[in-house]
Design a protein around this ligand. Structure first.
Ligand code: ADP
Ligand code: ASP
Ligand code: MG
Length: 465
């Protein structure tokens, strides 16, 4: 059994769905397969903005809904001859009407909870799958829609639900046994024990594919996207970036955690657990070999550079806590972390100077202000007694991460890295290196992002096409 997952750009319109169907048909001739689809490109964003407009009872809601309808109806018109269009349109029209009613409810109560937002977002994947199944069936392929909410069991953390792996694996295996043809499953969504719709976090369809793969005991998980594989850097920022033929699961996880959107970071977890390789492929260029993501021991490492790839996350804020009074107080860091955890604020990077004179905490956009307010409350006594001198909030920053298995045990990488950045005149605000030595990450100002990525790429990865 092989899993084929197609992202939003691969199912963006009728023409792309036709190309996906050809890839699916080719694979189904060779192996038993199961297909996971994202929403059409941009549709999840449209659904979110429609819900926000409904909350404000804005006149913009109607056109937003019309756009969602039109995206799907236009695809039907380009895929089906006129005589067959009505039967393909009907189930989509029913779903769009249901969406409209839900959004009307939001409009009436002027509030869209995280739970309702998950239900609204779920329409993207459900619509694209319904459409694709109709087309595949019309082309004579035995495709069958399987609702992910029957097989992926999650907790109630709406917006980013946690998966109950054991229960989900059992349901997946049981369900897929009953599907003789090609199961087509919406990515990104699941349901609670009570059957309430949840989502797995933005970009989560990759994760769905991997959960399905693990549950089905698949031999391979193929993630079909719009680039030739995992590239050494984001191709939009570094034009010289090249496809990495193979990469370890840990490297892939770190690259994606630090912003390489090509694969969702959690995707590697079920795949590693069940030792299933992942292959990233391009639906716009199906002849390209792609990138293999597998256990570090099994991938080819010869001729590799110490660095495998680079990634960055923008919209970062940083809080510096300064003061001599923190010195040697046991439990001080613990208090900071618990206070932030109570507020649900996620720290993505920490650095403490060895003098213990400053602690630096790094947050995603929007959380910096909340973190500052929380720390001001929690550490009010220390501020009053001057054990802490001040807090400083800096916005408009990025984290850059340099990743590679081969950095481990190769001396001098950090020296080379920071002197190249120094020569380029880029000021480094914070540095962190994981003890795995697989990752060096640092914070710089947003305006330096592209220059930093290009400088590092030229220093470590040039001439490796
Ligand atoms: P999909 O809709 O198929 O899930 P995404 O848009 O989520 O696709 O991810 C693919 C995009 O990720 C690419 O088009 C590329 O612009 C971006 N990207 C960022 N970093 C990398 C990287 N290191 N390698 C490949 N693609 C990357
Ligand atoms: N449609 C969802 C999103 O846009 C999930 C995905 O595409 O992977 O985030
Ligand atoms: Mg994606």
């Amino acid at each position: 059994m092989k899993i084929l997952k197609f992202g939003g750009s691969s199912v963006a319109d009728g023409e792309r769905i036709r190309a996906v169907t050809a890839i699916v048909a080719g694979s189904a001739r060779e192996d038993r397969i199961c297909v996971v689809l994202s929403a059409m490109k941009g549709v999840t964003d449209l659904l979110i903005s429609a819900a926000r407009l409904a909350e404000k009872a804005s006149d913009g809601l109607k056109p937003a809904l019309e756009e969602i309808r039109a995206r799907h109806f236009d695809a039907v018109r380009s895929l089906f001859p006129p005589v067959d269009q009505a039967s393909a349109l009907t189930p989509l029209a029913v779903m769009c009407n249901e969406l409209e009613e839900i959004l009307h409810g939001v409009e009436l109560i002027r509030e869209c909870s995280a739970r309702t937002m998950d239900l609204v977002m779920s329409f993207g994947e459900r619509l694209s799958c319904r459409l694709a199944v109709s087309y595949m069936a019309a082309q004579g392929h035995a495709a069958e829609l399987v609702d992910a909410r029957e097989i992926i069991l999650t907790d109630e953390r709406f917006g980013s639900a946690g998966v109950d792996f054991a229960a989900s694996y059992e349901r997946i295996a049981r369900k897929l046994e009953t599907v003789p043809g090609i199961a087509v499953i919406p990515g990104f969504i699941g349901a609670t024990k009570g059957g309430v719709t949840t989502t797995l976090g933005r970009n989560g369809s990759d994760y769905t594919a991997s959960i399905i793969g693990a549950g089905a005991g698949a031999s391979l998980i193929e993630i079909w996207t719009d680039v030739d594989g995992v590239l050494s850097a984001d191709p939009r920022l570094v034009p010289e970036a090249f496809v990495i033929p193979s990469i370890s699961s840990e490297e892939a996880m770190e690259l994606s955690y630090f912003g390489a959107r090509v694969i969702h970071p959690y995707t590697m977890i079920p795949a590693v657990e069940k030792a299933i390789p992942i292959l990233i492929r391009n639906s716009l260029n199906p002849g390209a070999p792609g990138t293999l993501i597998a256990a570090a021991e099994t991938i080819r490492k010869d001729g590799r550079h110490p660095i495998t790839g680079i990634a960055s996350i923008d919209g970062i804020s940083l809080v510096n806590i300064e003061g001599g009074g923190m010195m040697g107080i046991p439990g001080f860091a613990a208090r900071i972390f618990s206070a932030l955890a109570r507020e649900g604020i996620n720290i993505i990077m920490i650095s403490q100077a060895s003098s213990e004179h400053t602690i630096c905490l790094v947050f995603r956009a929007g959380e910096g202000e909340r973190a500052l307010a929380t720390l001001n409350r929690e550490l009010a006594p220390e501020l009053a007694s001057k054990r802490i001198d001040r807090f400083e909030l800096m916005r408009g920053l990025v984290i850059v991460a340099v990743i590679g298995e081969n950095m481990h045990g190769t001396p001098g990488i950090a020296g080379r890295l920071f002197s190249a950045l120094g020569k380029a005149g880029i000021n480094i605000l914070v540095i962190a290196q994981g003890s795995s030595e697989r990752n060096i990450s640092f914070v710089i100002e947003e305006k330096n992002e592209t220059r930093a990525l290009r400088t590092i790429h030229a220093e470590f990865l040039s001439g490796r096409k």
